[in-house]
Design a protein around this ligand. Sequence first.
Ligand code: R5P
Length: 316
Amino acid sequence: MPMFEDLKVFTGNSHPDLARDICSYLGLSLGACEVFKFSNDESFARIRENIREKDVFLVQSVGRPVNDSLMELLIMIDAARRASAGRITTVIPYYPYGRTDKKDQPRVAITARLVADFISVAGADRVLTMNLHAGQIQGFFNIPLDELTAIPLLAQQFSHLKDKDLVVAATDVGAAKRARYMADHLDSPIAIIDKQRLGNEDRVRAANVIGDVEGKTALIVDDEINTGGTVVAAAQALDQHGASEIYCSAVHPILSDKASEALADSNLVSTVVTDTLPLPPEKRFDGLKVVSVAGLLGEAIHRIHSGLSVGAMFNY
Ligand code: R5P
């Protein structure tokens, strides 16, 4: 028995294609709302249909322009709350500011927590998100949060490598658990790249590889690709340590600056990412494949609305 009479899905401007695909999965039309910027650069949102006591899902992946996308989401939450929505679930396929989840140098903010506070204070009742940079960000919220994972979906894309003496490579020590999860889906061992970040700029150095990659097919797995520095350095390190072929997978394709060129020019055979963020044609390149998470998000929305287990989607 559904907890709320009607399910309504709305989106801002960050990734309407994904919101539409989620609605197709659910067999719904996207809810009517207008979200735009005034000439003074301030954002505005108005929900254009009755949502009194409805089960409202606001889909907004917080990608570039990050601060505008975030502000749109907050304003939409406030609009939905003041329109007497029965329950408001924010659907955030890419959670922003997640890389700063602790005070790892003096006098810095913990922005992942700050964003969580914004979302809660604006009036969200729940959060549905995907592959957070670090699982502990879940605890920054005091409202229910469901974190989905796209790793099994990505693993399916590489099932043909199972017979090729495969090793899954984590891009740093902190990513070992994610690599283990991917490796479990592909029945393979893991290796770990010893990555160092150089200062606060987006520069990385990958020196050593922990684990045996000599003569093996390597599959790099990461949560996101931003500048591409991490995966390109990882691919070089794996090559230097004797990997025969190197593939790459990541959930969130931020692909800033010249990331697409860097990946296209690298020694990676192919790269598979998801559509948690929009990928305009100029960021696509030969060897890049995009798999959709719309079905996963749509199924989770259906389950949240109907009071069914979300964990059961991943055999928990
Ligand atoms: C870092 O800890 C993340 O897991 C990614 O490895 C990182 O955000 C990728 O950034 P870039 O592509 O700029 O190296």
